[in-house]
Design a protein around this ligand. Structure first.
Ligand code: FAD
Ligand code: NAD
Length: 476
């Protein structure tokens, strides 16, 4: 079989690319070893984790309502029903993708693909005994994604030690859970299990949670997590794990010395690795860097003229929206358009409670680069909407170029931060100045106003924040 364009991988990068290619009139095949389309994001990542976080948030809100004089009974959790509801959601979305593929006449091929050379893929059968299939192509867009990073010493063959895929299956609500890794997955899944009733401890190797995130944003999150987690151990290393039949015994070493504790389950969430090995890339001209990421240029072209690569397999940040944007750039490039993946900002959102979201430059990045920026912070305690929601722990901050007033970075912590950041991304992409944000009329009372108010605060003109004028201050 020959197809002009093959997309290898049916995740958010791969299906976005295949669908656009079909929309532009190209003949395209999409191959995945999974029977269902959607990739990591839909089947074992973004979507199921956000569904469970929604459940966790409802549990937390029902508890917090007591402060307003409204009390609910402690929730009971029917795990089978919860799992079924999560699977139904995944089924709906993956079914929708299959329908969209069929309508667009995208040929769906099923099996594990491997490069024989720069223009040939062999697709191994999924049924034992069935023949393998050979597909030749003019171009292939590689979108094979990533998988959980593993620490060999933790591979003790125990079902009590889980990765994110196993944790999303919700095998049970363990009485106690140790999360190894205080990054995106550790904190999101730790929140889910804590709200469902587990005593959750987190151990993080570095000195802070979410090492890449702005410290002002992490602070309120860490404070709140401190109230739902049993322990947050920073600058601490796990030195050993043993399954002792009824639990996992874990040894730690940190600033406070050595420690040993037992947990009913352990979730290992220490990053992800690109799926660039075991797929025959050595039979092509594709170059892989020392971390295993496929090297690409601004049009997602690899060093092999027949192969382009997008998404997690070609670098960080490993986020679904980056994968799909790269997919579209790759297809447009093949279509002969002057496409380029050169965003000014790729938003990042950690869907914890509170959520953390940022786009563009962070304060730590500015400091590390020796770049002079002005930082304006707007504490949510000054927001009527945040007060009405009982969530004054939030903060919106902007980083501004002091010479041009251009908005360089936006960060938000608080419920709904993930929704609010879109305005920040647009502001950075459009080259907005702080004055543009300030003078754009935002609806009241909303959390979105805090973006405009942080710009007002940059000019020292925030209505809800009193700053003594220099003359008043010296007089007083
Ligand atoms: P993937 O989604 O990984 O898809 C790759 C596909 O390729 C898979 O379907 C795989 O089966 C297929 N494949 C691989 N090798 C072969 C082969 N040899 N033959 C055939 N098929 C193959 N990102 C966000 O932006 N927001 C979130 O909220 C978010 N939450 C997450 C939560 C969790 C628990 C996890 C694990 C990840 C989360 N991510 C999130 C990250 C997001 O899932 C990834 O960035 C995204 O899925 C990457 O898309 P992709 O298309 O590059 O690859
Ligand atoms: P991560 O890189 O976000 O966090 C891993 C954490 O583990 C880091 O803080 C790291 O310092 C720590 N760590 C590493 N080795 C350790 C060890 N031996 N002991 C203790 N801590 C250790 O990785 P993740 O949480 O596994 O998530 C993987 C990727 O998936 C993310 O980087 C992100 O790209 C994507 N993701 C995104 C979202 C989202 O967008 N909301 C959600 C989940 C996952």
């Amino acid at each position: 079989m020959h197809v002009p364009l093959v997309v290898l991988g049916g995740g958010p990068g791969g299906y976005a690319a295949a669908f656009l290619a079909a929309d532009l009139g190209m003949e395209v095949a999409l191959v995945d070893r999974d029977e269902r389309l959607g990739g990591t994001c839909l089947l074992r990542g973004c979507i199921p984790s956000k569904a469970l976080l929604h459940v966790g948030r409802v549990v937390a809100e029902s508890r917090e309502m007591a402060e307003w004089g409204v009390s609910f009974a402690r929730p009971t959790i029917d795990l089978d029903a919860l799992r079924r509801r999560k699977e139904k959601l995944i089924g709906t979305l993956t079914g929708g993708l299959a329908t969209l593929a069929r309508r667009r006449k995208v040929a769906l091929l099923h099996g594990a693909a491997r490069f024989i050379d720069s223009t040939t893929l062999e697709i191994a059968p999924t049924q034992p005994g069935a023949p393998s299939q050979t597909v030749t192509f003019d171009h292939c867009i590689l979108a094979s994604g990533s998988r959980p990073a593993r620490i060999p010493a933790f591979d003790i063959g125990s079902p009590r030690v889980m990765d994110s895929t196993a944790a999303l299956e919700l095998p049970d609500i363990p009485e106690s859970l140790l999360v190894v890794g205080g990054g995106y997955i550790g904190l999101e899944m730790g929140t889910v299990y804590a709200e469902l009733g587990s005593r959750v401890s987190v151990v993080e190797l570095t000195d802070g949670l979410l090492p890449g995130a702005d410290r002002d944003l992490v602070k309120p999150l860490q404070q709140r997590l401190g109230t739902i987690f049993e322990a947050i151990m920073l600058g601490t290393k796990v030195t050993g794990l043993q399954d002792v039949g009824t639990a996992v015994r874990v040894q730690f070493e940190g600033a406070g010395g050595a420690l040993e504790r037992s947990f009913a389950r352990v979730l290992v969430a220490v990053g992800r690795r690109p799926n660039s090995d075991g797929i025959g890339l050595e039979n092509t001209g594709v170059t892989i860097d020392r971390r295993g990421f496929v090297e690409v240029d601004g049009q997602q072209r690899t060093s092999d003229p027949h192969i382009l690569a997008i998404g997690d397999v070609c670098g960080e940040p490993m986020l679904a929206h980056r994968a799909s944007h790269q997919g579209k750039v790759a297809v447009e490039a093949l279509h002969g358009e002057p496409a380029l993946f050169a965003p000014r900002a790729i938003p990042a959102v950690v869907f914890t409670d509170p959520e953390i979201a940022w786009a563009g430059l962070t304060e730590q990045e500015a400091t590390a680069a020796g770049r002079v920026v002005d930082v304006s912070r707007y504490p949510w305690a000054a927001s009527g909407r945040a007060q009405a929601l009982g969530r004054t722990d939030g903060l919106t901050k902007i980083l501004v170029d002091p010479e041009t007033d251009a908005v360089l970075g936006v960060g938000v912590v608080g419920p709904g931060a993930g929704e609010l950041i879109a305005e920040g991304v647009l502001a950075i992409e459009m080259g907005c100045s702080a004055r543009d944000l300030m003078e754009t009329i935002h609806p009241h009372p909303t959390l979105g106003e805090t973006v405009a108010f942080s710009a007002e605060n940059y000019f020292g003109l925030a209505t809800e924040i009193y700053r003594p004028r220099t003359a008043d201050a010296s007089a007083g």
